[in-house]
Every structure is written in structure tokens, then in C-alpha cells.
Design a protein around this ligand. Structure first.
Ligand code: NDP
Length: 286
């Protein structure tokens, strides 16, 4: 654990965590908004998430981002959860409120902002395919439904997980007038084309282009992979080859970070300049 400092401390906790771009993003948000803070990476032992969070609070920690594989553990550790973290059953943000942790999930807000403002695609009335049923998919489904797309299909390699995720969100979908159902990866192709296809799986990490067939795409569909950097290249090439607008997950990463920063510091940073700087940084091989 690094030495304590008089400045408020924030960190991203994960395992692995060395690759995380969160320190870069939050340091730029702090500069831009004139906030004095320290942001670092903390590698948690796989069986030591709660202990690391506790130690971090004792050393002046005020808030954390939570990444793989601890997103499902974070709500249990917190004394309170926001409604969207409860719905997801997963959290990517913790904030210390007095001596209590509050757990939130800003992944969905980040994705929705990136799709609607970054890519300029309104979700209302659209057909949306969410591929994946892990932590990221759990975080984004509720906020996607809030935008009132006409229908959402969730498909996953392990179909039971897609079913569970859909059941968990059934009431939320009904409340927002969305037709929500689960299907297999294969069946998704028969139910296309979709206006927006979101790859929330880790398939790109394993070098795969797409877990679903090209029939899910129509001319001009938006195809988003939550992955970014060189790992997203096969998905981007696959989507473009089939006539879709392809987008990686870097915009979502910056947007979900801005939501966390606003929760911690009470000020909302501008995302566009930070996204642009981050893209340049990655393109330069840093
Ligand atoms: P999880 O480990 O919780 O879930 C992984 C998901 O990927 C599961 O649905 C799993 O299916 C599926 N999967 C893994 N390998 C394959 C494959 N070869 N073919 C098809 N499906 C596969 O991970 P997360 O949900 O936390 O993260 C998913 C991705 O989203 C990661 O790449 C992560 O980096 C990215 N992400 C990006 C964010 C951003 O801000 N841009 C934020 C959060 C995540 P099964 O259930 O069958 O195992």
C-alpha cells in the first residue's frame, strides 16, 4: 500500500490492473476541473478485495473504481447501493460516505452516453442486441432499457446466464415498455437485423472477431465492442466488412469514469477532450 497523503485518494482496484487507463483519465479530469486528488492502481489479491478496500479507506481512500473480477463482490461489501447497482447486482464504483461505502454502477450510463452522444444514435424505438451476460452486460442492461428501445435481445455463450439476466430485468423492461427476451448466440442471427449490436463479451480478448453471425447487422447498424485498443481490432474489422458503423469501448470507458468522478467530487468533467487525448496516446503506442 503506498504512503498516505494529505490529498483525497482514489484508486482502481482489480486483478490484473496494470493495464488500466483509469489513472490517466482521472488525472486529466482532475486537472481540467481544478480538483486536488491522487489516483492510483491497486492490485487486489483474488481473495482479498474486501480487505484491500478496508485498508485503502484507512489510508485516506475516498473512492474506488472496481474492475475485473470484483464487480460482483463490490455491492456486498458496501453498506448502501444505488438502485442501478442493485438492479445490476454489480458495481464498478465505490464512494466513502462518512464511514459507509456506497456502491454504484456507472457502466450503463457510460455506454448510453457514448452511443447517444458519442456515436449520435438515439436508442428509443430501436432494436438492440446485447451479446454477453457477464459483469459488463449486467451493468449496462438496466440503463439501456431506460432509453426505451422497442426490443432488446440478450444472447450469451452460456444461455442460462442470459436467461437469468433477462429475468432479473423483466420488471424494469415492462416498466419502460421494452420487449426483452433472451436467446442463443445462433438464434440472435435469425432475429436480426438490429440497429445497435453491443459486444459485451470477452471474445475479443481471445482474438475472436464476433460471437454472433453477420445477419445480426443491417446496413448502417451501430456495432459496439466494449473492448478497446488493439484487442478490439477484429470486431471493428468484422463490423465494417458487414456494412456497420463500428465503435470500440474507449468512449464508454471515459464516460463511465466521468460519472464516477462526478459522484466523488460533485463536478462533471468534459469527456470529449480526454477521449481525444487518450486515443492519441494509444495510437502513439503508450
Ligand atoms: P465477465 O468475465 O464478467 O464476462 C465475460 C463474458 O464474455 C461472458 O458473457 C462470457 O460468456 C463471454 N465470453 C468470454 N469468452 C467468450 C468467447 N470466446 N465467445 C463468446 N463469449 C465469450 O467480463 P465482463 O463482463 O466484466 O467484461 C466483458 C468485456 O467488457 C471485457 O472485454 C471488458 O474489458 C469489457 N469492459 C469494458 C468496459 C468499458 O468501459 N469499455 C467496462 C466493462 C467491461 P460465458 O457466460 O458463456 O462465460
Amino acid at each position: 500500500m503506498p504512503l498516505s497523503t494529505a490529498l483525497d485518494r482514489y484508486a482502481v482496484l482489480g486483478n490484473p490492473v496494470a493495464h488500466s487507463r483509469s489513472p490517466y483519465i482521472h488525472q486529466r479530469f482532475a486537472l481540467q476541473t481544478g480538483q486536488q486528488l491522487v489516483y492510483e492502481r491497486l492490485l487486489c489479491p483474488l481473495d482479498g478485495f474486501a480487505h484491500t478496500v478496508q485498508q485503502f479507506a484507512q489510508a485516506g481512500g475516498r473512492g474506488c473504481n472496481v474492475t475485473v473480477p470484483f464487480k460482483f463482490e463490490a455491492p456486498a461489501l458496501a453498506q448502501r447501493c444505488t438502485p442501478r447497482a442493485l438492479l445490476a447486482g454489480a458495481a464498478n464504483v465505490l464512494v466513502l460516505d462518512g464511514s459507509d461505502w456506497l456502491a454504484d454502477n456507472s457502466d450503463g450510463e457510460g455506454l448510453v452516453n457514448d452511443i447517444q452522444q458519442g456515436a449520435g444514435v438515439a436508442l428509443a424505438g430501436r432494436a438492440v442486441l446485447l451479446v454477453g451476460a457477464g459483469g459488463a452486460a449486467a451493468g449496462v442492461l438496466g440503463p439501456l432499457l431506460e432509453q426505451r428501445p422497442a426490443r432488446v435481445r440478450v444472447c450469451n455463450r452460456s444461455p442460462d446466464k442470459a436467461n437469468t439476466l433477462v429475468l432479473r430485468h423483466a420488471a424494469w423492461a415492462a416498466q419502460h415498455g421494452v420487449e426483452l427476451a433472451a436467446c442463443s448466440l445462433q438464434a440472435a442471427a435469425q432475429q436480426g437485423p438490429f440497429s445497435v449490436v453491443i459486444n459485451a463479451t470477452a471474445s475479443s480478448l481471445q482474438g475472436g472477431a464476433s460471437p454472433v453471425a453477420p445477419a445480426v447487422l443491417g446496413a448502417g447498424s451501430l456495432a459496439v465492442d466494449l473492448m478497446y485498443g488493439s484487442a478490439a481490432a477484429p470486431w471493428l474489422a468484422w463490423a465494417q466488412a458487414h456494412g456497420a458503423h463500428a465503435r470500440d469501448g474507449l468512449g464508454m470507458l471515459v464516460e463511465q469514469a466521468a460519472a464516477a468522478f462526478a459522484l466523488w467530487r460533485g463536478v462533471r468533467p468534459a469527456t470529449a477532450p480526454v477521449l481525444q487525448a487518450l486515443r492519441q496516446d494509444i495510437a502513439a503506442g503508450h
